[in-house]
Design a protein around this ligand. Structure first.
Ligand SMILES: Cc1cc2nc3c(=O)[nH]c(=O)nc-3n(C[C@H](O)[C@H](O)[C@H](O)COP(=O)(O)OP(=O)(O)OC[C@H]3O[C@@H](n4cnc5c(N)ncnc54)[C@H](O)[C@@H]3O)c2cc1C
Length: 258
């Protein structure tokens, strides 16, 4: 464990391509203690970066931590994880979880996109209740979740768009108390929470709906560290606005070299 509180130094031991857009990274990490919450996640800082991205703990034990990382079109971790990263040193933060099954739950419904697959798989491996999953993914991930869970595969449209809000609005709900868990792109989540609360009249304890990522907009985390360009601009006496304009107009190749 590193000297900084609540962070662990880790090393990539193995990298496995599970499907065209999903990469499994096994990290070696000493002293990591799981919360036991099945959707627990860690922050991941990859070499040469200071920005954190969040990943579900797919599994852990015996000094190893497994993260299944989606590689999408561009992205800081995406670009790193697309390469042969075995041997790289990374930092992970202490785990946190959100899944909170009510004691009287008789069933489980899980809805999500590819980024939610690691959590949906771990939840359905861990929780012994009748489980239905709606997964919006482009890759063939049959076998990724336990056989006992009933999976409805939804063909994902182009990256950055999702039909999950419509899927949730049309769900057939089981009788009796249960638990609904969902994660994916942030934009539709507010409407989905409203639907669960107002139309389905679910108490807040009966669902957990999380935005795992944000589709591109003016202010997004950048694919590469803006630090070097910022420092260079400051040294040249540029204003912040001039520096960010330079960064925004720089081609990725230039940004990555800076
Ligand atoms: C609690 C939690 C658990 C998570 N668990 C996982 C997990 O187990 N596996 C996993 O892969 N992700 C997981 N995520 C999502 C992941 O943190 C984000 O997708 C993250 O932004 C990816 O980082 P990046 O550096 O590759 O892309 P970024 O640099 O953050 O983003 C670059 C661009 O890509 C877009 N983008 C980001 N993510 C996606 C995406 N998934 N699909 C399409 N476009 C995208 C952004 O809008 C942006 O324009 C989780 C998030 C949270 C909050």
């Amino acid at each position: 464990m590193s000297t900084r509180a609540q962070q662990y130094d880790a090393q990539v031991l193995r990298r496995e391509q599970l499907s065209p857009h999903l990469v499994r990274l096994t990290l070696g990490v000493d002293g990591f203690v799981s919360t036991g919450v099945p959707d627990e996640w860690v922050g991941l800082v990859v070499p040469g970066q200071f920005q954190v991205r969040y990943y579900t703990v797919r599994s852990c034990g015996s000094g190893e931590l497994v993260l299944d990382v989606v590689v999408h079109e561009v992205g800081l971790v995406t670009e790193w994880a697309s390469r042969d990263v075995v041997g790289d040193s990374v930092v992970v933060t202490e785990p946190k979880g959100s899944f909170a099954l009510p004691a009287d739950a008789e069933w489980l419904m899980l809805v999500g996109d590819l980024t939610a697959m690691p959590a949906m798989a771990r939840i359905s491996e861990t929780v012994d209740l009748p489980t239905r999953i709606w997964a919006e993914v482009r890759d063939d991930l049959a076998g990724y979740v336990p056989d006992a869970a009933h999976v409805t595969w939804i063909d994902a449209p182009a990256e950055g768009t999702s039909r999950l809000a419509d899927v949730v609005a049309e769900l057939d709900w089981p009788e009796g108390p249960g638990y609904f868990w969902m994660a994916g792109e942030s934009a539709p989540m507010r409407a989905i929470r409203k639907h669960l609360m107002r139309d389905r009249k679910l108490p807040a304890s009966a669902y957990d709906v999380m935005g795992y990522w944000r589709a591109a907009s003016a202010r997004q985390p950048r694919a590469v560290d803006p630090g070097p360009i910022y420092r260079e601009g400051k040294a040249q006496g540029l204003s912040d606005e001039e520096i960010w304009a330079r960064y925004d107009s720089a081609p990725e190749e230039h940004q990555a070299r800076s």
